[in-house]
Ligand binder design. Structure first.
Ligand code: SF4
Length: 350
C-alpha cells in the first residue's frame, strides 16, 4: 500500500527521504509544492528529478478523502461527510467566522468516550484517523474555499473522536498544519480539544508547542460530570484540575473550558457559582466557552434558553471568569457534531 505523505511533519518527511538516499532538501521541495502551491500530483513537481518522481509515484501518494455528502447552511457553514480510502466516513465542518474560516476536524472514526449528550458517540470508534486523513479534511475544505479566494485560517480538532486517544497522529497533523513551510496556520489559531484524558493533558503540556488546548468540562462537579461523561469516573475532577494547573505552568498557556449548557442539568446560577469556585480554587486562568446545545433526537437532553445562557455567562463574568458564548452555526442543517454521519449510517442500515 502506498504511504500518504500528507500530514507528515517536515522532520518526518526529511527522515523518510534521507533513508531513500535523497538530500534533506527534497522534503522541503515536496512540502513547498503541497502546502504553498497546493499541488498534489508528483508529476507536476518539476524541480524534482524524474527518477525520484518515479519513486514517489510508485511508493507514495497525496490522496484526499472524497466528498460523500455535503450540506450547506444559509449562514455559510458547510458540513461534509468525507469518505476515506477504506470507506470509513467522518464529518468535517467549515465555520465562517468574521475573523476567518475555521475547520472542525474529526480525529477518529466514531468515538469510545460515550458522552451522553453527543451524536458522535452513538457509534463506537472503529479506528483512528491518520495524520494524512486529518490533513485531507483540511485540504478538501481548503479546495472548496479557494473558489471564493479564501483559505482555511483556523483549525479546531473538536469533531468526532477524542484527540488524545489518537495522540501521535493528532500531534503529527497539528505540527504539519502549524509548520511555516506546511499549512502555516499560527499555533494560536489551532486548538486541540480533549474530554479530559489526564495523561494526554500532561504529555501535551511537555511538547513545547504553543497550540491551544481546550477541555470539554460540561459540569461543575463530579456528580453531574459522572452522569454525562463516563471518562470522569477514571479521571475525576480533582485529577483533571491538577493536570490543567500543571499544564498551564509547564506550557505557559491558558486553557479553554468548553461547557455545553443542558437545560435543568448544569445550567443554573448555582452551577455557575460552583464552576467559578472550582476554577478559583485551583487558581486556573482559564477561559470558559459556553456552548448552546444542539439537540440530538436520540438523546434526552434539551437546550437551555438563550436567556439562561446569558444569565450563566453574566454570573461567571461577575465572578471574575473570562467567558464567551460560542457563535452558533448551521442551525438549518444537521448542526450537532456527528449528526450527519449518524443519519447516513442509519439510512445505510435501513
Ligand atoms: S463529545 Fe467528543 S469525546 Fe465525547 S463522545 Fe462526543 S466526540 Fe467523543
Amino acid at each position: 500500500m502506498k504511504k500518504n505523505l500528507l500530514g507528515y511533519t517536515l522532520p518526518q518527511m526529511t527522515e523518510e527521504f534521507v533513508a531513500l538516499g535523497q538530500t534533506k532538501y527534497r522534503a522541503k521541495q515536496v512540502y513547498a509544492w503541497v502546502y504553498q502551491k497546493r499541488v498534489l500530483s508528483f508529476a507536476e513537481m518539476t524541480d524534482i528529478s524524474k527518477d525520484f518522481r518515479a519513486t514517489l509515484e510508485r511508493d507514495y501518494c497525496l490522496d484526499l478523502p472524497k466528498i460523500f455528502t455535503r450540506q450547506d447552511s444559509s449562514d455559510g457553514t458547510i458540513k461534509l461527510l468525507l469518505e476515506m480510502e477504506d470507506g470509513a466516513k467522518v464529518e468535517t465542518v467549515l465555520m465562517p467566522y468574521n475573523y476567518g474560516d475555521a475547520i472542525c476536524v474529526s480525529s477518529q472514526v466514531g468515538c469510545n468516550m460515550g458522552c451522553a449528550f453527543c451524536a458522535s458517540g452513538l457509534h463506537r470508534r472503529t479506528r483512528n484517523l491518520t495524520a494524512a486523513e486529518m490533513m485531507g479534511e483540511v485540504l478538501v475544505m481548503d479546495q472548496l474555499l479557494s473558489q471564493w479566494g479564501r483559505r482555511v485560517t483556523h483549525i479546531v480538532v473538536m469533531g468526532t473522536g477524542e484527540p488524545f486517544d489518537n495522540y501521535d497522529n493528532v500531534l503529527s497533523f497539528v505540527k504539519a498544519a502549524n509548520d511555516q513551510s506546511g499549512l502555516s496556520i499560527g499555533a494560536r489559531h489551532i486548538t486541540v480539544s480533549t474530554c479530559g484524558l489526564v495523561d494526554g493533558i500532561r504529555k501535551y503540556g511537555k511538547e513545547g508547542i504553543q497550540i491551544n488546548l481546550a477541555i470539554s468540562l460540561h459540569a461543575p462537579n463530579d456528580e453531574i460530570r459522572n452522569q454525562i461523561m463516563p471518562i470522569s469516573k477514571g479521571y475525576p475532577m480533582d485529577k483533571l484540575m491538577e493536570a490543567v494547573k500543571d499544564y498551564e505552568e509547564n506550557a505557559g498557556r491558558r486553557v479553554t473550558f468548553e461547557y455545553i449548557l443542558l437545560a435543568g442539568l448544569n445550567d443554573s446560577l448555582a452551577h455557575a457559582d460552583e464552576l467559578a469556585d472550582l476554577i478559583h480554587r485551583y487558581q486556573i486562568f482559564a477561559y470558559v466557552n459556553l456552548i448552546p446545545y444542539n439537540e440530538v433526537a436520540e438523546k434526552p437532553y434539551r437546550r437551555s434558553s438563550m436567556k439562561q445562557v446569558k444569565a450563566f455567562a453574566d454570573r461567571l463574568m461577575k465572578r471574575g471568569v473570562n467567558t464567551t458564548v460560542r457563535k452558533e452555526f448551521g442551525g438549518d442543517i444537521d448542526a450537532a457534531c456527528g449528526q450527519l454521519r449518524s443519519k447516513v449510517l442509519k439510512e445505510g442500515q435501513e
